[in-house]
Design a protein around this ligand. Structure first.
Ligand SMILES: [Zn+2]
Length: 89
């Protein structure tokens, strides 16, 4: 599966489950906020683990060009892998 498809599925689950839990939290009990945070954590972790199919570079982590230190996280994978330059479909 391509990295973009994977991410779309993760985001789809996030939105569907997130809205369900949010609705439950508003209508029934605020306790449903807890699994909502759990869901955000899991989806965040899974999307950060998405790797380049060619070189295994973590695509969602934005790195500093000079030191290679992680600078932040992307919300969408880049068109090309920043490490090996392979086009990501
Ligand atoms: Zn790569």
């Amino acid at each position: 599966m391509s990295p973009k498809k994977k991410l779309l599925i993760y985001y789809g689950i996030w939105i569907a489950l997130g809205l369900t839990l949010l609705g439950l939290a508003i209508k029934i009990d605020s306790i449903f906020i807890i699994p909502l945070f759990g869901l955000m954590f899991v989806i965040g972790y899974l999307s950060m683990m998405i790797k380049c199919p060619n070189c295994g570079n973590k695509l969602m982590v934005r790195k500093s060009g000079l030191s290679g230190m992680p600078l932040g996280v992307r919300s969408w994978p880049p068109e090309k892998c920043p490490d090996c330059g392979k086009h990501i479909s």
